[in-house]
Design a protein around this ligand. Structure first.
Ligand code: ADP
Length: 245
């Protein structure tokens, strides 16, 4: 395993959204039927920004989905601030938001504002606070003028921003992104990259977009269901690119 120098997480800017102890995977395995997709993965992820890279089919998306309980481990445990995804799913989901590669998987309500408000309604956040939070997050992602438009009429880039807004309005402490830029053109890839870079939340980002990783604290390379390299972005991405060429 390539183990490179690892930078410590930056100091907390806002204690309200900083992690308490981070995400831990304890000897995690996952199988779909009799197909083994992840094996013996043990990780502690206290860093601010962690990326997961690797070939298609290596298990990255499954690993990402384990982090907020979208997938439960077949063996081992996944803990978020000490909460087990298998037994504390609701609490874990409040702490860890998830952004899918395809925003259409996430956008379910007719208008942009309704879509963003949905999760807050579910949590019975009072209407005045809900409206304020929706207004703020739409403004932050340049969607204010589209608030009452049908979500399906947005461009691909705007849809991804809407999906991100719908997660961030819930104020999770961490956000997991599963290939958030794969379906976007260059300008929108950069825009979403900047959005991720500016988040005060801790992030875990699965990506093939190696340009995204410059400021990351830690990069994991997954191969055939195992973490085969783990370190700072320069060393780890260099190791990965050399291995692929
Ligand atoms: P990656 O994100 O690296 O492409 P995935 O975690 O999506 O990898 O998939 C790893 C392997 O598990 C692939 O072979 C994929 O076909 C398989 N797989 C993923 N999801 C399922 C599922 N729901 N049922 C069966 N097999 C799956």
């Amino acid at each position: 395993m390539a183990r490179a120098w690892r930078r410590a997480a930056p100091p907390a800017e806002d204690p309200a959204v900083r992690s308490r102890s981070g995400i831990e995977l304890l000897d995690v395995g996952h199988t779909y039927g009799d197909r083994v997709v992840l094996r013996e993965v043990s990780l502690v992820l206290p860093e601010h920004r962690v990326a997961v890279i690797g070939s298609n089919g290596s298990g990255k998306s499954t690993l990402a989905r384990l982090l907020n309980g979208l997938v439960l481990p077949t063996s081992g445990r996944v803990l978020v601030d000490g909460l087990d995804t298998a037994t504390d799913l609701r609490a874990v989901r409040r702490r860890v938001g998830f952004v899918f590669q395809d925003p259409d998987a996430q956008i379910v309500h007719p208008t942009v504002a309704e879509d963003v408000a949905f999760g807050l309604q579910n949590q019975r956040v009072p209407a005045a606070e809900r409206d304020q939070r929706v207004t703020e997050v739409l403004a932050r992602y340049g969607l204010t003028e589209h608030a009452d438009h049908p979500a399906h009429l947005l461009s691909g880039g705007q849809k991804q921003l809407l999906a991100i807004a719908g997660v961030l309005v819930m104020r999770p402490a961490r956000v997991v992104f599963d290939e958030p830029t794969t379906l976007l053109d260059l300008a929108n890839r950069r825009r979403v990259g900047r959005v991720i870079e500016e988040l005060e939340q801790d992030v875990v980002v699965v990506t093939h977009d190696l340009d995204l990783l410059a400021g990351f604290d830690r990069v994991l390379v997954v191969e055939d269901g195992r973490v085969v390299a783990d370190g700072g972005p320069d060393e780890t991405v260099g190791w990965y690119v050399a291995r692929m060429s």
